[in-house]
Design a protein around this ligand. Structure first.
Ligand code: BGC
Length: 733
């Protein structure tokens, strides 16, 4: 009895000492400035504790098929970060408890995960999101992802991907926001704001990670993980601007890229990782390598062995090593040999701790363990996914106003491998999305039309292969119908990581199905779900309307049904050009002018792509008034206001996006024929007019970078373009 009482007393005293110590320990004092807390903590850390912070391990079942087979290491208490593959916070809290209780200094682990277009509530892929031209909605969707992710125990997402991609053979074109640097910057920033919220320490905020820094989208031949030849000019002009915009929006971290940038790999490139990112842009967060990218410096011929790889990546500016353990294994030796200075180690550790402090992990290391119904697939979350899907859908063609489908059609044949499919509507990077969460096209239409329109379904064919045995049933359904909806496209895993295709055409079986249906003479609406632009040269002329729904996520069926019935007016416009054939790649709107204006065309096909960047039809008409400028001449420190009145002159309410382009016809470094500088989307009721306005700031909108990143603002003529109107103005010294 006496013994027990003294034990209780003893443990009480220990606890009191811990509390007293905590109050004295500066890094644990939440009221102290973060920089002081970092300094204090780093000063207490042993070398081993510092090095542990620089490594990321994995926990749980790996859902990235490209990285399967990687061992789940036994997790030491003091590690920097874990990729957390589970969807419940319980396991995470267990690991966190180990870190908080068993590591000497109680430094929380940072849990990361690929939340690319939703955690459980899967919304459209990023390429589709950009076609909505609605960054506010993208911000809301990323907010949903952050809430679901954070409540599952994720502190950090490896998103957004803002790699400009102009080769649609590359599967990862689906993960970015299309071909334009400005659009990638705007949507990337919206996504950063959505994930990170007002403050990183807010309960549902998670840290964003811009990837893949930089030039990954330039992969030769559209093959993933390949060499990329990026000139210094295009680095500054095309690939870096979205990163700069997202860093200005507060992005906490970046991921280095797999590709070589003209001979110096993205994961060991001191110019991009240190000179530009840390010195010029003053980014104070950290960079993580891509998965095994440190080791892969050996494959790329940039390092002879793991030790050299670790040295080159770390010294170039990669602070955290994703999963390949090279920092843990070799930094101690490299430091002892003075190849890596302690200042660099301290800087790297401080950067990682800074994000942990900003996330409030020291104060709130654990995730509240709420039930799934309280945190996943909430009705308001699905509603946001639905709105985003609706606005992402692009009406590519609508001959003789075939769409929307009104009551003049009584029987609709719904044909094609995508018609009842759910899995593929989720696209690549499904995170914790589940097939049964998805509303298929068939289900969406059944709900939309109830018994007013009769739906006759036939699969027609598989996504690929040469089995034509289902054609007959499809033809019968088509013959008995008033109109044919044929739902084709790509499987979800045909795009995304490590999913390049040598042609962007649909497999011939799908094209053949359309040719067969064409013989019925019935009007055909082609519905496409895919993760990249497609080659439509053979399909386009055979169908009367084309609706691009991309990979729309859980609410795809309902969104498409609303568009087909006319309940929703389509408002998406392409954020990437659709080449006419694969052979036209690369083709993008912001190309430079060629030397011979009337030559240099293809001999076998037209040189025009099928659908340019910005293309997208509506069920209403928008009439543009004259483009007006506040002046025709401005000085470099003056602003110019451009305005246009747009009226909805059709019978249906709708949304219009005005894309504002600037051209600089003569400059000391040649400029693209036109460049997007601003866009705005507004809803206009039938008959309503509204003024769209752009303010031109010469330094921001008329200057251009040279190959060192220095900006030049040159006097001369410029053009502002919207739709088919062009206005000239002059910039004077
Ligand atoms: C991909 C990254 C991803 C990482 C972690 C890599 O293979 O390139 O985009 O974030 O795996 O899953």
């Amino acid at each position: 009895m006496k013994k027990t009482a003294s034990c209780i007393l003893c443990s009480l005293m220990i606890q009191l000492t811990v509390i007293a110590d905590n109050n004295r320990v500066l890094y644990k004092d939440s009221s102290a400035p973060i920089e002081k807390r970092i300094q204090d903590l780093v000063s207490r850390m042993s070398l081993n504790e510092k090095i542990q912070q620089l490594n990321q391990y994995v926990l749980g079942e790996n859902t990235n098929a490209n990285n399967l087979g990687e061992a789940v290491s036994t997790i030491p208490a003091g590690i920097g970060s874990l990729i957390y593959f589970e969807s419940n916070p319980v396991l995470r809290n267990e690991i966190q408890k180990k870190a908080m209780k068993e590591s000497r200094l109680g430094i929380p682990v940072l849990f990361g995960y690929d939340i690319i277009h939703g955690f459980r509530t899967i919304y459209p892929i990023s390429l589709a999101q950009a076609c909505s031209w609605n960054p506010g909605l993208v911000e809301q969707a990323c907010g949903v992802a952050a809430r679901e992710g954070s409540m599952a125990g994720v502190d950090w997402t490896f998103s957004p991907m803002i790699d400009i991609a102009r080769d649609s053979r590359w599967g990862r074109v689906s993960e970015g926001y299309g071909e334009d640097p400005y659009a990638n910057g705007v949507f990337g920033a919206a996504s950063v704001k959505g994930y990170q919220g007002k403050n990183l320490s807010d309960p549902y905020s998670i840290a964003a990670c811009l990837k893949h820094f930089v030039g990954y989208g330039e992969s030769e031949g559209g093959r993933d993980y390949h060499y990329s030849d990026v000139s210094a000019q295009s680095l500054w002009e095309t690939y870096l601007p979205p990163y700069e915009a997202c860093i200005k929006a507060g992005a906490a971290t970046l991921m280095s890229s797999f590709n070589d940038i003209s001979g110096i790999p993205g994961s060991a490139n001191p110019y991009t990782l240190t000179t530009i990112l840390k010195q010029q842009w003053k980014h104070d967060g950290f960079v993580i390598s891509d998965w095994n990218a440190v080791d892969q410096l050996i494959n790329q011929g940039f390092a002879a062995n793991k030790k050299e790889a670790a040295c080159k990546a770390f010294m170039a500016g990669v602070e955290m090593d994703m999963t390949d353990n090279d920092y843990a294994d070799f930094l101690p030796q490299l430091i002892a040999e003075k190849k890596v200075p302690m200042e660099r180690v301290n800087d790297a550790v401080s950067r990682i701790l800074r994000i942990k402090f900003r996330l409030g992990l020291f104060e709130h290391p654990y995730t509240p363990e709420a039930s799934e119904s309280e945190r996943l697939l909430l009705p308001q979350s699905i509603e946001i996914a639905r709105k985003l899907a609706e606005e992402s859908i692009v009406l590519l063609k609508n001959e003789k106003q075939l769409l929307p489908i009104t009551s003049r059609y009584k029987r609709v044949a719904l044909i094609g491998p995508m018609a009842k499919d759910k899995e593929n509507l989720l696209g690549a990077w499904q995170a914790h999305g589940q097939v049964n969460d998805v509303e298929s096209i068939f289900e969406g239409l059944e709900k939309e039309w109830k018994s007013n329109i009769e739906l006759d379904y036939a699969k027609g064919c598989d996504f690929e292969g040469d089995n034509e045995s289902d054609f007959k049933e499809a033809l019968t359904a088509a013959q008995n119908s008033d109109i044919i909806l044929v739902c084709l496209g790509e499987k979800g895993n045909w795009s995304g990581e490590n999913a390049s295709r040598s042609t962007i055409a649909l497999p011939s079986i799908q094209e053949k199905l359309v040719s067969e249906l064409k013989r019925t003479g019935k009007p055909i609406v082609l519905i496409l779900s895919n993760g990249r632009p497609l080659e439509l040269i053979r399909l386009r002329s055979q169908v009367d309307a084309i609706v691009e729904i991309w990979q729309p996520g859980v609410a795809g069926g309902a969104s498409l049904a609303g568009i087909l019935s006319g309940r929703i007016n389509p408002s998406g416009k392409l954020a990437i050009t659709f080449p006419l054939t694969t052979g036209q790649i690369p083709v993008y709107y912001n190309m430079r002018q060629s030397a011979r204006l009337k030559e240099g065309f293809y001999q076998d096909i037209p040189t025009e792509p099928a659908y340019w960047f910005g293309h997208g039809l509506s069920y209403t008409t928008f009439t543009y008034g004259n483009l007006k400028l506040s002046a025709t001449k401005i000085k470099k420190n003056e602003k110019l206001i451009a305005e246009v009145e747009v009226q909805n002159t059709g019978a249906m309410d709708g949304k219009e996006t005005v894309l504002w382009f600037i051209s600089d016809p003569v400059a000391s470094i040649t400029r693209p024929m036109k460049e997007l500088k601003f866009f705005e989307k507004k809803e206009l009721k039938a008959g309503q007019k509204s003024i769209f306005r752009m303010e031109i700031d010469p330094m921001r909108d008329l200057s251009f970078p040279d190959s060192n990143g220095l900006r030049h603002l040159e006097a001369g003529d410029f053009y502002l373009t919207i739709g088919n109107q062009k206005a000239k103005f002059e910039l004077v010294d």
